[in-house]
Design a protein around this ligand. Structure first.
Ligand code: E4P
Length: 219
């Protein structure tokens, strides 16, 4: 089970990386915009900075929607750093591009996935990762975790190598549910990762241990 952080914020990426359990980063154009990163050069430099911090896959999303544009943009992104994964939307031109990248040995993350059929196409095209957006499914009163279960079952049954990357995770419980559903990766906001640490009995137990120690060992 791999942990990715879902942000383009350098401070948060460093904080998650310092924990020692971070396996990668996912970004998207909205997350880049949130950090005020604009212009091709700045965007490329930002991806390079992220790659220098984290020793794992870093998803960089294309903004083209036509085949030639996706290929050109994806090849430029892949050339930035060996750990860049080209993130491509699940559209007709995107699937064709994922097949092209797969044949060339360029890693891909097929994004904006909301159904088992889309995940099947991504795997058939040879995507490295498929990103089902579970939070956005929950937002429309449907079941995002159920989609993870369905995709995991399909991939296991047919032996696809594409890794299921649970995305659009909104809170800590989502992470646990995705682990139970068999996701290969969860990409999470920093506070959802940190939430895994929390338990009131840990706080109570630690306080008692320290107070018992301090009773006999005056500091
Ligand atoms: C991941 O790859 C996506 O960019 C991200 O998880 C989307 O999350 P959101 O639905 O919170 O925007």
């Amino acid at each position: 089970m791999k942990f990715f952080i879902d942000t383009a914020n350098i401070k948060q990426i460093k904080e998650a990386n310092d924990l020692g359990v971070l396996d990668g980063v996912t970004t998207n154009p909205s997350l880049m915009a949130k950090e005020g990163i604009k212009g091709k050069n700045n965007i490329h430099n930002h991806y390079k900075s992220i790659c220098e911090i984290v020793d794992g896959d870093v998803s960089a999303e294309v903004i083209s929607t036509d085949y030639k544009g996706i290929i050109k943009e994806g090849e430029e992104l892949a050339a930035l750093h060996p750990r860049i994964v080209v993130k491509v939307p699940i559209i007709k031109e995107g699937i064709k591009a994922i097949k092209y990248f797969s044949n060339k040995g360029i890693k891909t993350n097929c994004t904006l996935v909301f159904s088992p059929g889309q995940a099947l196409l991504a795997a058939k095209a040879g995507a490295t990762y498929v990103s089902p957006f579970i939070g956005r499914i929950d937002d429309i009163a449907s079941d995002g975790v159920k989609l993870i279960e369905q995709i995991v079952e399909i991939y296991n049954f047919y032996g696809f190598n594409t890794q299921v990357l649970a995305a659009s995770i909104r809170h800590t419980m989502h992470i646990i549910q995705c682990v139970e559903a068999g996701a290969d990766v969860a990409t999470c906001p920093l506070d959802a990762i940190m939430g895994l640490l929390n338990h009131p009995l840990t706080d109570i137990g630690l306080e008692k241990f320290l107070s018992d120690y301090n009773k006999l060992n005056k500091v």
